[in-house]
Design a protein around this ligand. Structure first.
Ligand code: CU
Length: 177
């Protein structure tokens, strides 16, 4: 959007001179400053569906768990009913939509794994930390469970429909042997 504004202004300015040009440059500077302070314009996609499509594109290759392992994900939990196996990539911080740091796999009957969703886990020992957000959703937490340090988490069931909702913590369709 900023890029478009800049282009449009440049083409107008080239036809004008001196004072008018300065006026437009000032207007643009103010507009950009406003955008910078107000953050991104209100989302036209509050449910984040286009963002979810982006996550699907980014993680489709991980249907093959060997590719996930090659990319730095490794087993980080036993199979948990409602979630499956968590594969964590410690090189990612869970704050980027297109780069989830956890992949969720459910066991298939043949002993293989089926990619069912992703999870974003943001670790923080800061008791005052405000829960992060992605896709317009606020992460759950802060929480600890077992040996897992304090964190916020958001599950996103993009590869196996969750009747309770795509952002619910657990998916009842995921069961362990
Ligand atoms: Cu989980």
């Amino acid at each position: 959007m900023t890029f478009w504004l800049t282009l449009s202004l440049a083409s107008r300015c080239s036809k004008e001179n001196g004072r008018e040009k300065l006026k437009h440059v000032l207007t643009l500077t103010l507009a950009l400053a406003f955008l910078a302070f107000s953050g991104a314009p209100a989302s036209a996609d509050p449910g984040g569906q286009s963002d979810l499509a982006q996550v699907r594109r980014a993680t489709a290759k991980y249907h093959n768990v060997d590719r996930a392992i090659a990319a730095g994900y490794s087993p980080a939990s036993p199979c948990i009913d409602g979630m499956g196996y968590h594969y964590l990539n410690r090189g990612l911080d869970g704050t980027t939509a297109s780069a989830p740091n956890v992949l969720l796999y459910a066991p298939k009957g043949n002993g293989k794994l089926k990619l069912v969703g992703v999870e974003y886990v943001v670790f923080s020992e800061d008791p005052l930390m405000v829960a992060p957000t992605l896709f317009g959703q606020t992460f759950y937490g802060p929480m600890t469970h077992g040996p897992v340090p304090q964190h916020f988490e958001l599950h996103v069931w993009i590869w196996l429909g969750n009747p309770d909702g795509v952002f619910e913590q657990e998916n009842d369709k995921v069961t362990c042997p």
